[in-house]
Design a binder for this molecule. Structure first.
Ligand code: FES
Length: 110
């Protein structure tokens, strides 16, 4: 579990890089809600995070590595690794969260 500050939003970069594969969403535990982090290739962490709350009726989507999609368990909407909707009934993309890196801390900004 990544280290968190009192806001629950700071994560340790080293911990995240150890479990991250470039372009593949990684579920981050321990935040106020589950969040997927997507990192770019390279030695330093950079990328974005995805709020897995389905824009249709707010069910929590799950990342399926073998199919490379997020799937909503409620009505079957799918989204790509960038959170773009690829199948309805959802019509909007998954909300993206900005990732800021300060020293060894990772800050998720809603
Ligand atoms: Fe996700 Fe309906 S809540 S498809």
């Amino acid at each position: 579990v990544p280290a968190l500050d009192s806001n629950g939003k700071h994560l340790q970069e080293s911990t995240l890089l150890a479990s991250a594969v470039a372009g593949r969403p990684v579920l981050v535990q321990g935040l106020p809600r589950p969040t997927y982090l997507v990192v770019n290739d390279g030695p330093k962490l950079a990328g974005y995070a995805i709020n897995p709350s389905c824009p249709h009726h707010k069910c929590t989507v799950e990342w399926k590595t073998e199919k490379n999609v997020f799937v909503c368990p409620c009505h079957g909407a799918t989204f790509d690794a960038q959170g773009k909707v690829t199948k309805g009934p959802a019509r909007r993309n998954l909300p993206l969260i900005t990732v800021l890196v300060q020293e060894d801390d990772v800050l998720l900004v809603d």
